[in-house]
Write a protein that binds this ligand. Structure first.
Ligand SMILES: Nc1ncnc2c1ncn2[C@@H]1O[C@H](COP(=O)(O)OP(=O)(O)OP(=O)(O)O)[C@@H](O)[C@H]1O
Length: 358
């Protein structure tokens, strides 16, 4: 049985549809991220699951129980927000103990369980401190501990690391992943940071305007995006408009602006001859040459070569006017074409992919 079943959930604010017939299943113990740009409906979905807002239509089932009409307090789940929401006048111990006191857990057991979670977050020495005596990262660990302590079946997190600087964020990402693994609690995590979603999640739900653009593992979203939107959102991508010319074995041959022809693995969607599609090539799958050859046949002008340590990123303006990125390893001895010179880009058929233009 899944931990969360969301069935055709819709939320309207007047005429505006913040979430549109959204369906999703989350398995027990899974870590799922909701990723998407600002306004795509991530927080709306989280608040609906938490019971803080009511849906316009649709159904939410948590651990086999239809909670659509249950108030937030009757749903067995924990929430972690960006602003920690710790109680400033209480010690760390009392903050973590609070959900247990509300549930009338006996004192001796409270002491034991708070001690356990302080060990779990590796902060056994801060029990008597007040939240203001802790750093942002430490406070966020305490709010996580306060959730874990009453062992909810599900924890919802809304940009919990949004207020922390980059280094601390990365440490906390590892920390949250560890807590997820060790506690086995199902976690649903809202972020607009793709790196965060890609590194932490079992699966990612990429949202767009209140709908699901794609759901899958980090690899599925990166290597098999279903649309130009997904390809563009996850990592860098070159997207060239092309025309379907013919089928050839397992490939289709497409024509690019400027007359170049390329073979691409046949996609799952229909590709009528003469129709338009988008050819996707990731920058690290492409290479650059100073002369045309069998492999490098698409011509352009080198606009910039940006060295980032072990990597080099070439920005090429194709003769068609489109920009094309090539990312290669930065070899110590290899001569680089001069900026402003003519260059040719290429890639192997298997490294490219067709996306539906519509
Ligand atoms: N109470 C409300 N009344 C009217 N519109 C709302 C309300 N709450 C949210 N919205 C709208 O619904 C849309 C989705 O908002 P939501 O907060 O879910 O997006 P989000 O993906 O979480 O964005 P962010 O990353 O900025 O938090 C937005 O366009 C927002 O303006």
């Amino acid at each position: 049985m899944p931990m969360i079943e969301i069935d055709k959930l819709t939320k309207r604010y007047g005429e505006f549809v913040a979430l549109a017939e959204f369906s999703l299943e989350v398995g027990k113990g899974e870590f799922v991220s909701l990723l998407g740009p600002s306004g795509s409906g991530k927080t709306t979905l989280l608040n609906l699951i938490a019971g803080m807002t009511r849906p316009s239509s649709g159904r939410i089932v948590i651990d086999g129980v239809d909670v659509t009409d249950l108030p937030a307090s009757k749903r067995d789940l924990g929430m972690v927000f960006q602003n920690y929401a710790l109680m400033p006048h209480m010690t760390v111990f009392e903050n973590i103990a609070f959900p247990l006191r509300v549930r009338r857990v006996p004192n001796a057991e409270i002491k034991r369980r708070v001690g356990e979670v302080l060990d779990l977050i590796r902060m056994p020495h801060v029990a008597e401190r007040r939240p203001r005596e802790l750093s942002g990262g430490q406070q966020q660990r305490i709010s996580l501990a306060r959730c874990i302590v009453y062992r909810p079946s599900l924890i919802l997190m809304d940009e919990p690391l949004g207020a922390l600087d980059k280094k601390l964020r990365e440490e906390m990402q590892i920390e949250i992943s560890r807590l997820h693994r060790e506690s086995g609690i199902t976690m649903l995590y809202v972020t607009h940071d793709q790196e965060e979603a890609l590194t932490m999640s079992d699966r990612i739900v990429l949202m767009r305007e209140g709908r699901c653009a794609q759901v899958g593992t980090a690899d599925e979203l990166y290597f098999n995006p279903v649309s130009p939107y997904v390809a563009d959102f996850i990592g860098h991508s070159n997207q060239l408009t092309c025309t379907i010319l013919r089928e050839e074995g397992g490939n289709v041959v497409v024509g690019l602006a400027g007359g170049d022809r390329r073979a691409v693995p046949r996609p799952a969607f229909p590709v009528p001859v003469g129709g338009k599609a988008i050819l996707l090539v990731r920058p690290e799958s492409a290479s650059l040459a100073a002369r045309a050859d069998d492999h490098h046949s698409l011509r352009g002008t080198l606009e910039a070569s940006l060295v980032v340590g072990s990597n080099i990123k070439h920005v090429v303006r194709l003769d068609s006017g489109e920009t094309f990125l090539v990312q290669e390893l930065n070899h110590r001895l290899r001569a680089r074409p001069a900026i402003g010179s003519a260059v040719w880009v290429g890639w192997s058929a298997e490294a490219s992919q067709l996306l539906s233009a519509s």
